[in-house]
Design a protein. Structure first.
Length: 334
């Protein structure tokens, strides 16, 4: 039975989360949406105990600093996002034979969940070849998706298969430096995400087992890039933030930045303009982005209660604080 203090803490968190920005319909007083309840339950568990080894996921540091598209970029020659001196460029490399056109760009929550899993398995196994399992439903549970919500176009099974095709058919480029000024200079690294692989799964029957298992072999440069400085995170938080690419990006940012400022022992100011460059190029209106950012940060702070953020004029200040995962995991960043 929970204590009176714990019950009061949950009530306060529920009040903070019950915002119009969080849901399309504001719940009546005293009630919560299922998602809000999931966040509160995850927050209580996270506060109670550290994540163990099975709770850890990882993301490449560069993909925290510049993130994937939130929405489908459409039929454009390439897609890019710049944060300071670092630019992420995504190019398409394979053709959809049925449509006779290039496979689209990875976007939204699912490629992010895939990259968390891919980076974790690459870090653990130290191998470029990753076994994806004998059935789609088995892999979906590993990634954090629901294999039981149908087989139509909006089901997790269908969307996962589509986004896997998009991600594995992509080439990612990290570009560093400036191309203008008195000391202009630039370097870059072009990396196909995968060197090869095979997928035998049928989205219409996620539970079907296959004689031949599915696998993916990462490109060598991509493997080295994602395992060179991985940012460790708590999957218990990721699983309740997995309905929003902005929430996943902000949690990754908070986890990495909190570790960085704590290591230096010095707070850091981040302007809303820089947040938008790093996370929000899909938003046309800066005021709308700021509103979404602040609402989403409430969810992130719920599942990362040690995070110390201060709202100041023009942005946020992040202060040294307890890391989201054990220090032995964050040392992988060094």
């Amino acid at each position: 039975m929970e204590s009176a203090g714990e019950a009061l803490r949950k009530m306060r968190m529920a009040k903070q989360l019950a915002l119009p920005e969080d849901t399309t319909v504001v719940p009546p007083p005293g009630t919560l949406t299922r998602h809000q309840q999931e966040i509160i339950d995850a927050a209580a568990l996270i506060k109670e105990c550290w994540p163990d080894a099975s709770d850890l996921a990882f993301m490449a540091k560069h993909l925290v600093q510049v993130t994937l598209p939130h929405r489908d970029p459409g039929d454009v020659p390439f897609w890019s996002r710049t944060n300071g001196d670092l630019t992420l460029v995504i190019a398409r490399t394979q053709v959809n034979e049925e449509a006779n056109q290039l496979i689209g760009y990875p976007y939204g929550t699912i490629p992010r969940l895939l990259l968390y899993w891919i980076t974790r398995e690459a870090v653990r196994s130290k191998s470029r070849r990753l076994e994806l399992g004998g059935s789609l439903s088995e892999f979906m549970r590993e990634v954090g998706l629901n294999p039981n919500n149908g087989t139509g176009k909006r089901s997790d099974a269908h969307r996962l298969r589509e986004q896997m095709s998009r991600l594995f058919a992509s080439s990612i480029s990290f570009q560093y430096g400036k191309t203008s000024g008195s000391r202009a200079g630039k370097r870059w690294l072009n990396m196909p995400v995968s060197r090869g692989g095979q997928l035998w799964w049928d989205p219409k029957d996620p539970n079907q087992s296959n004689l031949w298992e599915s696998w993916i072999e990462l490109g060598e440069d991509f493997f080295n890039a994602i395992t060179g400085a991985p940012v460790p995170m708590d999957t218990r938080a990721l699983r309740v933030l997995n309905n929003s690419p902005l929430a996943l990006d902000l949690y990754a940012w908070a986890t990495y930045k909190a570790y960085s400022v704590t290591l230096k022992g010095q707070s850091q100011f981040v302007s809303y303009h820089n947040f938008m460059a790093q996370l929000g190029t899909d938003y046309a209106d800066p005021k709308n982005f700021k509103k979404k950012l602040l609402a989403t940060l409430k969810k992130v702070q719920a599942v990362y209660p040690q995070l110390k953020l201060e709202s100041v004029t023009g942005g946020l200040r992040i202060h040294p604080c307890k890391t989201a995962v054990p220090a032995t995991s964050t040392k992988l960043l060094l």
